[in-house]
Design a protein around this ligand. Structure first.
Ligand SMILES: CC(C)(COP(=O)(O)OP(=O)(O)OC[C@H]1O[C@@H](n2cnc3c(N)ncnc32)[C@H](O)[C@@H]1OP(=O)(O)O)[C@@H](O)C(=O)NCCC(=O)NCCS
Length: 187
């Protein structure tokens, strides 16, 4: 996909997910989540070309400016959005599908110290609430949501909601399929 198209898509996605978002120019300047994903895309390209040192340095610079740490090895699909940002950690072997949204304080982390697939797979259209920790090579199924501050260490089936510590899954009702972006609920 061409870069300009991708930037436009990201800006449209920010407008769609954040009721506080205003003009595209302002959003491009002020949204740390956008800066983090844009710099991750460059860092991931460097990583894939085996330019691992420069990729890590760029990722660290991005972390310094945005408070969002994304390992350059993580694979992230289109229309990824991070609201508020600060305190997010996304590990090396994380795989994120399309249309995923994270709030601040989310960790997509590992539980072992071996060089294996040790981070989560987040399928398409998943939302992960503020402060949630998703740990290990587990799968959060398509269309599911993880509640704020949940700690998830087991798979979440598609179209479920996981809440609590340890997280318990419950099916997501039909009327809950709408994206979690109602301005009456979220700041
Ligand atoms: C998990 C979530 C998606 C559930 O939404 P929902 O299906 O509309 O759930 P409800 O609000 O109807 O609550 C259902 C029950 O779960 C409880 N609950 C909701 N979210 C919870 C959470 N994160 N942790 C623990 N319990 C939670 C409610 O208290 C309620 O309990 P009750 O049945 O005993 O009254 C939502 O609560 C959530 O956490 N969203 C993340 C939003 C976020 O991070 N916003 C940050 C903005 S800055």
């Amino acid at each position: 996909m061409n870069i300009i198209k991708m930037i436009r898509e990201d800006l449209a996605n920010a407008r769609e997910h954040d009721p506080a978002a205003r003009g595209d120019v302002e959003n491009a300047v002020v949204y740390s989540g956008l800066h983090a994903i844009w710099s991750h895309r460059v860092a991931h390209c460097l990583w894939m070309k085996s330019l691992r040192g420069p990729a890590r340095i760029l990722a660290q610079l991005s972390r310094f400016f945005t408070g969002i740490e994304i390992h350059p090895g993580a694979t992230i699909g289109r229309r990824f959005f991070i609201d508020h940002g600060m305190g997010i950690v996304i590990g090396e072997t994380t795989h994120i599908g399309e249309g995923v949204m994270l709030y601040h304080g989310v960790t997509l982390g590992g539980q072992v110290l071996t060089q294996t697939k040790r981070h989560p797979t987040i399928e398409d259209n998943v939302t992960i609430g503020a402060g949630a920790k998703v740990l290990g090579p587990i799968v959060i199924g398509e269309g599911s949501a993880v509640g704020a501050n949940a700690v998830v260490t087991k798979d979440v089936p598609a179209n479920h909601i996981a809440i609590g510590i340890p997280a318990k899954n419950r099916p997501r009702g039909k009327d809950e399929k709408i994206k979690l972006v109602d301005p009456d609920y979220y700041i």
